[in-house]
Design a protein around this ligand. Structure first.
Ligand code: KIV
Ligand code: ZN
Length: 515
């Protein structure tokens, strides 16, 4: 068996796309999911892009033990030095440097001649190689580059120490046939190609990212760069779950090739990432969408009842979706909860278990049956909880709303021992409640980017999950709230986002005072 490595760039290419930014705690949560999934390489960020990125790449490098951790760098000394500083403490560090090789990028973006790009490739790969033996080199926009020139660039990169050569389809332009031919051609024509592993990195602008990545593998690539849920610039990157499940389901086409991914962790990772960015998958999203395993049409249901294989090419269990939805209720004790969570793959510390059990009990008073989906929501909210320590907490609220008067809300928040109360009007109960929160917390000027309510399970008494995103100074501040009462869930989500905004403002103020 030969291995196809999975290089996950959710924390870099995924995170840099609009609406997908994450804070340090969330990035670490995603990194832990990726380690459980057994991805081979985690691209933790672009260290030089901001102090926050540097910090998160360093932290991921510090805590992740079972994956290679990479930082992206442009082909210049400062970027490479900074990338190395961020990953050097990793169990297995990698520097990933890139330079564009297509005529349009070289002329208009880099303003460099092809010879200058060749020189920079040689010098910068050699510079990175002084620090680290695990060097990935990417020829940005490779699929629109001149193959003759690409052969020279790739040969130069390998000659100077690159161990992985990535040929990205940066603008999602190529087709499967072309991708397969490009990789095969480079492996055949580059004289020292045998000294490196080839990799694909495909964007999804024309909806072909997964097909192009798999075609690259057929052409000889042994690394796929992808993201959870296909997050990424514009239309996204190749989706990890699609690439991995396609290779597994169509073993006949990928004979002798396998990934080391634990596919039963896919659903959990997908949910965690969607939760963090405040989105839900489109219903028909392959592998992880709500309808991906539903058979609604009568003829399909009949077939599936006779034999699942009639319409099911992969099972929900294979990607970690449980079909034995057990129901717990108010008579269920801590041990029942703990054992169900264990069956669902969640090992909690005693403190985490206690806090989940407390939330579970509160939920049991509001809802007769607590399902696996509810439990999952409680656990993921606890683990990716966006509340900033020392921030405001909801004490109580009251709203009055009709369809013929202006809504009013009274909100009481606590911060430490102190309590604050405000009343406000609004265009509906949620607007009124948010206005009351603003009167108490006085956050800096921001815009409201997202407000979304999602129901966790079926039934009128379902838990409502609210996601809120605020934008200030080109940064996003997200918050999530969970409750059977959607006004409460909304206030919890908003307070959580505001806490982050306040903590950012306070940090900025402290930094300014130091200077
Ligand atoms: O799409 C791209 O070309 C990239 C490179 C930096 C690898 O993300
Ligand atoms: Zn990319």
């Amino acid at each position: 068996m030969s291995q196809v490595k999975i290089f996950d760039t959710t924390l870099r290419d995924g995170e840099q796309s609009p609406g997908c930014s994450m804070n340090l705690k969330e990035k670490l949560e995603v990194a832990k999911c990726l380690e459980r999934l057994k991805v081979d390489i985690i691209e933790a960020g672009f260290a030089i892009s901001s102090p926050g990125d540097f910090e998160s790449v360093s932290k991921v490098a510090e805590v992740i033990k079972d994956c290679t951790v990479a930082s992206l760098a442009r082909a210049n000394v400062q970027d490479i030095d900074c990338a190395w500083d961020a990953v050097k403490h990793a169990a297995d560090p990698r520097i990933h440097l890139f330079i564009a090789t297509s005529p349009v990028h070289m002329e208009y973006k880099l303003k460099m001649t092809p010879d200058e790009v060749l020189e920079a490739t040689a010098a910068m790969v050699a510079h990175a190689h002084k620090y680290c033996s695990n060097i990935e080199f990417s020829a940005e926009d490779a699929t629109r580059s001149d193959p003759e020139f690409l052969v020279k660039v790739v040969e130069t990169a390998i000659a100077n120490g690159a161990t992985v050569i990535n040929l990205p389809d940066t603008v999602g332009y190529t087709t499967p046939d072309e991708m397969r031919a490009l990789i095969a051609q480079m492996i055949e024509r580059v004289p020292n190609a045998h000294k490196a592993e080839f990799s694909v990195h495909c964007h999804n602008d024309l909806g072909m990212a997964t097909a192009n990545s798999l075609a690259g593998v057929m052409g000889g690539a042994r690394q796929i760069e992808c993201t959870i849920n296909g997050l990424g610039e514009r239309a996204g990157n190749a989706s990890m779950e699609e690439c991995v499940m396609a290779m597994r389901t169509r073993r006949d086409c990928f004979e002798g090739l396998e990934t080391r991914i634990d596919t039963t962790q896919i659903y959990r990772a997908s949910k965690t990432v969607y939760n963090i960015i405040g989105q839900t998958p489109p219903l028909n999203k392959p592998i992880v969408g709500r309808n991906a395993f539903l058979h609604e049409a009568g003829i399909h249901q009949h077939g599936v009842l006779c034999n699942k294989k009639t319409y099911e090419i992969l099972t929900p269990e294979a990607v970690g979706i449980r079909t034995d939805n057990l129901v717990l209720g108010k008579h269920s004790g801590k041990h029942a909860l703990e054992s169900r969570l264990k069956q669902m793959g969640y090992e909690l510390t005693p403190e985490e278990l206690k806090s989940c059990f407390d939330e579970f009990k509160v939920l049991c008073d509001k809802k007769k049956d607590v399902t696996d989906d509810d439990l999952e929501a409680i656990v993921t909210h606890a683990s990716t909880d966006s509340a900033e320590t020392g921030g405001y907490e909801l004490d109580w609220f009251a709203v009055h709303t009709t369809n013929f008067t202006t809504a009013t809300a009274t909100v009481s928040l606590k911060r430490g021992e102190e309590k604050f109360e405000q009343v406000s009007l609004g265009d509906g109960p949620i607007d009124a409640a948010f206005n009351a929160v603003d009167l108490i917390t006085k956050p800096m000027q921001h815009t409201f980017e997202l407000y979304r309510i999602n129901s966790i399970s079926k039934g009128k008494d379902t838990l409502g999950e609210v996601s809120v995103k605020l934008m200030a100074e080109s940064r996003t501040f997200s918050g999530r709230g969970l409750s059977t009462d959607i006004i409460e869930a909304s206030i919890l989500a908003y307070v959580s986002a505001v806490n982050r905004l306040l903590s950012y403002t306070e940090r900025r103020k402290r930094e300014a005072e130091k200077q």
